[in-house]
Design a protein. Structure first.
Length: 220
């Protein structure tokens, strides 16, 4: 897989190093020649010195061949422009963007070419809620510009789904139970899997199916 990363700060170089070690082809785009010169000594990937907001320079970098683009700079405006160019100009299949300021999170959607927006404060909030909330639906990760997302709920004793087989639950067609964590172990959900109180249930939902899934797992 070819991955292009815009921004060679701590986040961008960490991602580049990890993906490179996993065997992926990584292109790291950095506007500062000094930063790139220092980074080349530590991160053995393909480097390209350019402003990632300039279309002509992105063509020179070969962005049209990327399977994934990660906009990882420390500037939300730059990340939005990179995402939009990657999707509209280069038709990159998957665009992941870093959100630096939580108040800007609403901008990172499909209209700006973003498939997945990653906001550290929102992820930390979700992880805290995941630990302390039983019987609450917690959003873990937005997908496809916010049209779908991964959610988690720890089933309470009073959950309508508790002690029922998945095949007997009226799960909406545009939602799916993807995993169950029980006593620290992952259970791959099947039709005859019986949900139990204290199960951590992970589901993929759309905007339309989120409320029905909430009622199914938590109750109305």
């Amino acid at each position: 897989m070819k991955v292009a990363i815009a921004g060679a700060g701590n986040v961008g170089t960490f991602i580049a190093r990890d993906l490179n070690e996993a065997g992926h082809e990584v292109l790291l785009i950095e506007r500062s020649p000094d930063v790139a010169a220092k980074g080349k000594l530590d991160v053995d990937v393909t480097w390209f010195v350019a402003d990632a907001c300039e279309v002509s320079r992105l063509h020179e970098a070969g962005l049209e061949g990327a399977d994934v683009v990660v906009a990882a700079t420390g500037d939300d405006k730059v990340n939005l422009v990179v995402s939009l160019l990657a999707k509209q100009e280069f038709a990159v299949p998957r665009v992941i963007a870093r959100v630096n300021h939580p108040k800007n999170h609403w901008l990172f959607n499909e209209a700006w070419g973003v498939d997945v927006a990653v906001s550290t404060p929102h992820l930390l909030t979700a992880l805290v809620e995941e630990e302390v909330s039983v019987g609450s639906l917690v959003s873990l990760l937005p997908l496809k510009g916010g049209d779908a997302k991964l959610v988690e709920v720890t089933l309470a004793d009073t959950s309508p789904a508790a002690k029922h087989q998945l095949m007997d639950l009226d799960v909406p067609r545009d939602a799916t139970i993807v995993a169950i964590v029980r006593s620290g172990h992952v259970v791959v959900p099947r039709g005859d899997t019986v949900l139990q109180p204290d199960d951590e249930v992970l589901a993929l939902v759309t905007r339309e199916s989120e409320e029905p899934v909430r009622n199914l797992l938590i109750g109305g």
